[in-house]
Design a protein around this ligand. Sequence first.
Ligand code: SF4
Length: 64
Amino acid sequence: MRIDVDTERCVGAGQCVLSAPEVFDQDDHGIVMVLEDPADEPARDAVRQAGMVCPSQAITVKEG
Ligand code: SF4
């Protein structure tokens, strides 16, 4: 799995952090940061969920 975040698109809504707190965090301006790759399948599912709930489509998840 490869995770790309577009910090220009991110509006700091924090939905990704709620969905996958091990993988996503927000900087001092509320902009998304990727902390680490998801460790297991539940964590990967959480990342997919984060990609779906992000209101600005700032998260791109590529499988494989
Ligand atoms: S959910 Fe989307 S807009 Fe909100 S902090 Fe995460 S990447 Fe940014």
